[in-house]
Design a protein around this ligand. Structure first.
Ligand code: GBH
Length: 488
């Protein structure tokens, strides 16, 4: 389904909330300030600096730790309803455990939250956005089932410290990226590269840890604090290349994000049936004694099922899918793509951002939103990230086109019955883009990494986004006006 983009002025529904996001390691810097202990990104970037494209790291990043007042000022400039940021586990709990709470780290988050609330900008807090304390990694990280307790103890501390003022919680950001990229491949810390095995152990533990934190909040904090809490998943849209790939594209979706969505949002819970079947069959054929996909106990299935007040969705782009049966022998280890027997790609004529994977495909987002509405009984969908990468520069018309196009299909989906009350742009400002370092820029504000203050300057997209938030509407002609303004 490719919908024609509309060119009229379209209003957002009453109560629709606009925000912007960042994550602790990507912006805070102050990596060892005031008692913070190292996390897996400190560890990796210090021990193997050129695992990052530009051999840089997040030691200083945007210096958000010290510049946060300027950033709250930017939130006000944009008129944001809320701001999404994440907590650094090892800044709050330097031993990784709640035996010792680092007051200075807590003070920093209190300052930030209070500064935002002064101007009525609601905090949306992600408890975990990839910066695991290094010590926990050394004990197996997300493959160790004890992490269910480690994480939920940490989450409880966060609820206790900030829950009087924070009413929107996200437990964990993007399990797929944590598990597949960090444990199955080498594309995120800790680069374990244990394909088809560690990533599934991780998947199970992430889901149970999330669910445990959810239930702690639900039972111990919600009655007095009355907030919402959920998990955020990343999902691309996967479109079949031809009619004969329709079924396959659905298998890919179930492996890519159904893996995390089905256990939480389906009526039955548990991993998607197709995933269980395929991995069990492959595992048997490969000589494993049991499926490489761990099982949930029936208590765990029940604990995870329904453990999210909303479907937190990070969405950026779309892939095409076609059948590739000849992967046998191509991979010398049990592999994820061998399980699926599919190839994914993006046609080169699709309009491209700076990241290799970034193409501007709004109709894919429309299809994804429709599918989430149909498959999971129309849950509230919080768009917790959406955004576009460039190589920098203030004139970012491509980003404007992208954000407009994606907001436009959100309005289409809402018209057709989707419940989408929240949109978050990634990102408020340029930041440390993981393995890409500072080579890819996602900010509405440009950050000057040569200046000691990490000076922030609004891009053209910041002015356009500000106008969208102010008018609570999409006016496709607004940037022409800005252009005229900037050139006179
Ligand atoms: C988000 O992840 C992160 O939450 C955020 O920290 C990050 O800065 C931002 O996006 C921009 O990257 O994995 O080979 O299929 C986005 C995760 C990355 C998932 C690209 C899909 C596509 C290539 N997405 N990935 S692949």
């Amino acid at each position: 389904t490719v919908k024609e983009a509309r060119h009229d002025v379209r209003k957002f529904p009453d109560g629709f909330q606009f925000g912007a996001a960042t994550a602790s390691y990507q912006v805070e810097g102050a990596w060892d300030a005031d008692g913070k202990s190292p996390n897996i990104w400190d560890h990796m970037t210090h021990n193997d600096p050129c695992s990052i494209d530009d051999c840089k790291n997040g030691d200083i990043a945007d210096d958000f730790y010290n510049q946060y007042k300027r950033d709250v000022e930017m939130m006000r400039e944009l008129g944001l309803d809320f701001y999404r940021f994440s907590l650094s586990w090892s800044r709050i709990l330097p031993t990784s455990f709640p035996d010792k709470i680092n007051e200075a780290g807590v003070q920093y988050y209190n300052n930030l939250i209070n500064e935002m609330l002064k101007y009525n900008i609601q905090p949306m807090v992600t408890i975990y956005h990839w910066d695991l304390p290094q010590k926990l990694q050394e004990m197996g990280g997300w493959t160790n089932p004890h992490i269910v307790d480690w994480f939920s103890d940490y989450a409880r501390v966060a609820f206790e410290l900030f829950g009087d003022r924070v009413k929107n919680w996200i437990t964990i950001n993007e399990p797929r990226e944590i598990c597949y990229q960090g444990y199955g491949t080498v594309t995120k810390a800790p680069k374990l590269n244990i394909q088809g095995v560690a990533e599934y152990m991780c998947a199970k533990n992430v889901l149970v840890a999330h669910a445990k934190a959810y239930h702690i909040y639900d039972k111990e904090f919600r009655p007095t604090h009355g907030g919402t809490i959920g998990i955020t998943l990343s999902a691309l849209w996967y479109e079949p290349e031809t009619e004969s790939d329709v079924e396959l594209a659905e298998v890919v979706r179930q492996f890519e994000w159904g893996q995390y969505a089905h256990p939480v949002f389906s009526k039955t819970g548990d991993f998607p049936p197709v995933m269980k079947e395929k991995i069990a069959a492959k595992s048997a054929a490969q000589g494993f004694k049991r499926s490489r996909l761990p099982e949930f106990t029936s208590e765990e299935v029940e604990m995870v099922r329904g453990s999210s007040d909303f479907f937190g969705l990070n969405h950026y782009t779309t892939n095409l899918v076609y059948k590739n049966e000849s992967l046998e022998g191509y991979y010398d280890v049990p592999s994820y793509y061998d399980n699926i027997e599919a190839k994914l790609y993006q046609p080169s004529h699709w309009s491209a951002g700076a990241s290799v994977w970034m193409k501007d495909v709004p109709w894919g987002f429309y299809n994804l939103l429709t599918k989430i509405r149909e498959d999971y009984d129309n849950p509230p969908v919080f768009i917790t990230e959406n955004g576009y990468s460039t190589r920098g520069g203030l004139d970012d018309d491509d980003r404007i086109t992208y954000i407009r196009g994606y907001l436009n299909v959100i309005l289409d989906a809402i018209e057709e019955g989707s419940d989408i009350p929240v949109y978050t742009v990634w990102s408020l400002m340029d930041n440390f883009e993981w393995m890409r370092g500072y080579t890819e820029r996602f900010g509405l504000y440009e950050v000057d990494y040569e200046s000691p203050q990490r000076t922030r300057t609004p891009r053209k997209s910041a002015f356009v986004f500000k106008e969208i938030v102010r008018s609570r509407a999409l006016d496709p002609h607004y940037d022409t006006f800005i252009l005229a303004l900037l050139s006179c």
